[in-house]
Design a protein around this ligand. Structure first.
Ligand code: ZN
Length: 159
């Protein structure tokens, strides 16, 4: 078994769609980034790459490369998972803390879990999405950003 951790934070800004965990969530602002800014999928990508001993997301998908401008982070995660599987590894489970003051993410947790499981090509029971707030503290608490922490377990494929 191999374990990896991932972390990401993106600023919220106007005139952006909010894309989080592969879902489009109705909100008056979105996450600013070179790609679609999906901090949830970025944290998972980095955790999986780290667990597999592969280069990190910034090395594989450089944010100064025009090829990744506006990129769908689900495509990037799927590509990273291809690299992970080449190493004979599969997802055991993924555990996420998604920290946002607003929008309230509770209504989206199940859909987000199912979407992530589909991208990872695993059963939904292997994915956990926890929605938290920052208790109004710091940049996330002021609703200026959304922050994500991820732990992933990879298992050598025997299936
Ligand atoms: Zn990111």
């Amino acid at each position: 078994m191999r374990i990896g951790t991932g972390y990401d934070i993106h600023r919220l800004g106007p005139e952006r769609k909010l894309v989080l965990g592969g879902l489009e969530i109705p909100f008056d602002r979105g996450l600013i980034g070179h790609s679609d800014g999906d901090a949830v999928l970025h944290a998972i990508t980095d955790a999986a790459l780290g667990a597999a001993g592969l280069p990190d997301i910034g090395e594989l998908f450089p944010d100064d490369d025009p090829a990744f401008a506006g990129a769908d982070s689900a495509v990037l995660l799927a590509a990273a998972m291809g690299r992970v599987r080449e190493r004979g590894l599969e997802v055991g489970n993924v555990d996420l803390n998604v920290i946002a003051e607003r929008p309230k993410l509770k209504p989206y947790k199940i859909a987000m879990r199912d979407r992530i499981a589909a991208i990872l090509e695993v059963e939904p029971e292997r994915v956990s999405v926890k929605a938290k707030t920052r208790e109004k503290l710091g940049a996330v608490g002021r609703n200026e950003a959304i922050e994500v922490h991820c732990v992933i377990l990879l298992e050598e494929r025997s299936r």
